[in-house]
Design a protein around this ligand. Structure first.
Ligand code: SF4
Length: 425
């Protein structure tokens, strides 16, 4: 049984320390709008990526009433609304609250929970209730309201997909038990499956206490000695550990049918959905499982059940609407930040450039960034294309390691497309 975790020892701030809360947590939310060049931006947390058809309707209403009508998927399975009227905050909050999308104003930016999108749909013996239970626990914890908007929980059904995303607290299903990972630690705690969400919350609360002096936002930002003390604290409550290194590469659900066919999956070009595409997905969900699951890879799983012909027809319709419905689409694995003109920091219109460079399907995903902040970049192994004053730099990223740029291309779209295709091959 996992007991409540005691306070960690006071933690000294190491010299030359990591990222700290020295300038406030500017992460946008649904109540804290961010000003961008294309208007205000709201980020609506969708724990586990799970949305009922009714809540999906509410998000579309918000996008059309207050913003530019489009829905942008984030690398954490959340939704961003862009082009918002700067004065819409109160009315937007009212609409989202009425739809159940803002269960706690104090916790709205702390509800960062990703989950395996195919959990329970393709044969995995999955604890599908985890996202809702963890969300409820987070929202009922006064302390958890202090979690930064950057802190991330991952709920992995055992396949290792979201375990690879570098979350701060990860739960991994393992039969009658589950595993609890803190940060990137290779040693994980084995606990009874039924206690998983509560253990995840207790671990996050223990992190907050450990971070009190250092002001770290994330587990990886803690000074080494404080992080070690945090793990010792959790060990004292949770018991022995087992060795299970974190997977290095995340494998998203492939576009197409799953579990023949308990679900269908689509990817969204550059994570940006038009109102018509969103409406179509919502209508499809309403005719089947009444649920959408937004993935951390900017895709959407629609749980069924679907008869074989229904799945084929649904995928054909979604394909005709411009969504990615098969792994051999040239758009598969292509991502980009918002870039110019939405972001003032961007050195170019990376979305247009990414679209112009779409070519043969690559082995590795590629992500285009308009500046070196690389907002929303993928995890694991991928090709990084970043715009710099010297041109587009292309490099290979493996986990936390980025190779020195292998190629820099200046003002030559054909050469850029060829270099990106070569890097992805
Ligand atoms: S990576 Fe740079 S250009 Fe792209 S959205 Fe972030 S800040 Fe803007």
């Amino acid at each position: 049984m996992l007991a409540a975790m005691p306070d960690s020892a006071p933690s000294p701030l190491s010299a030359g320390g990591p990222a700290l809360r020295d300038s406030g947590d500017a992460c946008p939310g649904a109540l804290r709008l961010h000003r961008a060049d294309d208007g205000a931006l709201a980020r609506v947390r969708v724990p586990g990526g799970v949305l009922s058809a009714d809540r999906a309707d509410a998000l579309l209403t918000a996008a059309e009433r207050f913003g530019d009508g489009e829905l942008h998927l984030t690398s954490r399975g959340n939704v961003q609304l862009r082009g918002l009227d700067a004065e819409c905050g109160g009315a937007l909050a009212e609409l989202l609250t009425a739809a159940g999308l803002l269960p706690s104003a104090a916790h709205e930016r702390a509800r960062n929970i990703v989950a395996s999108p195919l959990a329970g749909l393709d044969g995995s013996p999955s604890p599908t209730g985890w996202p809702a239970e963890l969300d409820r626990l987070v929202c009922s914890s006064p302390g958890a309201a202090s979690l930064s908007g950057r802190f991330l929980f991952a709920l992995d059904d055992g396949r290792g997909d979201v375990d690879a995303l570098g979350a701060d607290v990860t739960l991994i299903a393992a039969g009658d038990s589950c595993l609890l990972r803190i940060g990137a630690a290779d040693e994980v705690f084995r606990i009874p499956a039924g206690e998983g969400p509560r253990a995840a919350l207790l671990a996050a609360e223990a992190f907050l206490r450990a971070a009190r002096d250092s002001g770290a936002w994330r587990v990886k930002d803690l000074p080494d000695d404080v992080r070690a003390e945090l793990v010792r604290t959790i060990k004292a409550a949770a018991g022995p550990t087992v060795h299970r290194p974190r997977p290095r590469t995340a494998t998203p659900p492939a576009p197409g049918p799953h579990g023949s066919t308990n679900a269908i999956s689509v990817d969204v070009p550059l994570g940006r959905l038009t109102p018509a595409q969103w409406r179509l997905l919502t209508e499809t969900a309403r005719r089947h499982g009444d649920e959408l699951r937004l993935t951390p890879w900017r895709g959407i799983v629609v749980p069924g059940p679907f008869a074989h012909d229904e799945a084929v027809e649904a995928l054909r319709t979604l394909d005709a609407a411009g969504l990615i419905t098969a792994p051999d689409s040239p758009w598969a694995g292509v991502g980009a930040c918002i870039g110019h003109p939405g972001c003032a920091k961007s050195l170019s219109d990376v979305r247009a450039e990414a679209g112009a460079a779409v070519g043969p399907v690559g082995r590795l995903p590629v992500y285009w960034s308009g500046c070196e902040r690389r907002c929303g970049h993928p995890h694991g192994e991928w090709i990084d294309v970043v715009v710099t004053p010297d041109g587009h730099q292309i490099s290979h990223v493996r986990g936390e390691r980025r190779d020195a740029p292998t190629t820099t291309v200046r003002n030559d779209p054909a050469a850029l497309a060829a270099a990106v295709a070569a890097a992805r091959a």
